[in-house]
Design a protein around this ligand. Sequence first.
Ligand SMILES: Cc1cc2nc3c(=O)[nH]c(=O)nc-3n(C[C@H](O)[C@H](O)[C@H](O)COP(=O)(O)OP(=O)(O)OC[C@H]3O[C@@H](n4cnc5c(N)ncnc54)[C@H](O)[C@@H]3O)c2cc1C
Ligand code: FES
Length: 335
Amino acid sequence: MSHTIALQFEDGVTRFIDCAENETIASAAYRQKVNIPLDCRDGACGTCKSFCESGRYDGGEYIEEALSEDEARAGYVLSCQMRPRADCVLRIQASSSACKTAVESDQGRLTALEWLSPSTLRFSIEPQRATPLVFLPGQYAHLQIPGSELSRAYSFSSPAGRHALSFLVRNVPDGRMSAYLREQAKVGDTLSFSAPYGSFYLRELRRPLLLLAGGTGLAPFLSMLETLAGQGCPQPVLLGYGVTHDADLVCLDELEALRARLPGFEYISCVADADSTHPRRGYVTQYLDAGVLNGGDVDLYVCGPPAMVDSVRAWLGELGIQPAGFHFEKFAPSH
Ligand SMILES: Cc1cc2nc3c(=O)[nH]c(=O)nc-3n(C[C@H](O)[C@H](O)[C@H](O)COP(=O)(O)OP(=O)(O)OC[C@H]3O[C@@H](n4cnc5c(N)ncnc54)[C@H](O)[C@@H]3O)c2cc1C
Ligand code: FES
């Protein structure tokens, strides 16, 4: 039996490898031409120490100097000894270039381009590669702006496993990628991209999930929710979705459909604009009481503009509650 192992490097690059149950991660990585840091290969030096974010495994045999009991309890592993018992996500303490691997680059054909409102559009590309791109729900791609050397980061709004990759994008009035999408893009165009990147992805489902999206920060959550609807979720999931103007509030029909397919999923939306006709005006945290943090026993995911992520942090500070899991992605503009 073989398991899929996501290797996350310090520079944000993720590579996926297959690993048989009787194979160590280090051997599987080497077989697939990923040179993760190794020295003794015998559980003695600790050079290959990594952090296992999720998944079950047999830690193997090693000496205390290489990996202490406390480290092992906290989730650290020695990749020269570890054998997976399920799909795993491993944080490798090195950059992808140091491990002589790189993120995958490809080209995709633009197959759909749809304005959901004057401020927001969705588009899909079909990569040239024959098999679906592997990524973790919540991760993102770098898409090159056609006719330039510049690229922009966009979170996948579609789940992994589909051949087409979809994105949800805000129309930034003087933005370069926005101008391409608004004025030139047409079905059939070719876009170059590299992927997957990022450490904002759905972790193991250990406790209730609170997802907070600002504007097109909804994109990675659509990918996560679709994944959860497909695989089932034993935990309650609450999405707080806040936008600036009425026109920014999109994909409500998709969220309704997800509510029907994913038991335990609820969402609330709100609009910041004081002139909005929406029943909830203001910021999403105004409409969440401390109870949603479940006394801290919650996995909180936040995605949106930097100011929104910072205001969620301030809200946590005011409530004096630190969630057991806190993951965020800031949609910071490129420089
Ligand atoms: C990890 C990551 C994931 C991202 N995922 C998404 C996504 O799924 N959907 C999405 O819509 N965006 C996403 N972004 C933002 C995206 O990468 C671009 O920054 C954004 O689309 C603007 O690109 P542009 O080329 O149109 O504008 P640019 O040419 O980069 O910017 C032009 C001008 O607009 C300003 N500006 C740029 N972005 C914003 C903004 N958001 N608000 C206000 N002013 C801005 C710039 O400072 C500049 O003055 C993500 C960013 C990161 C870092
Ligand atoms: S390489 Fe020495 S402990 Fe793994």
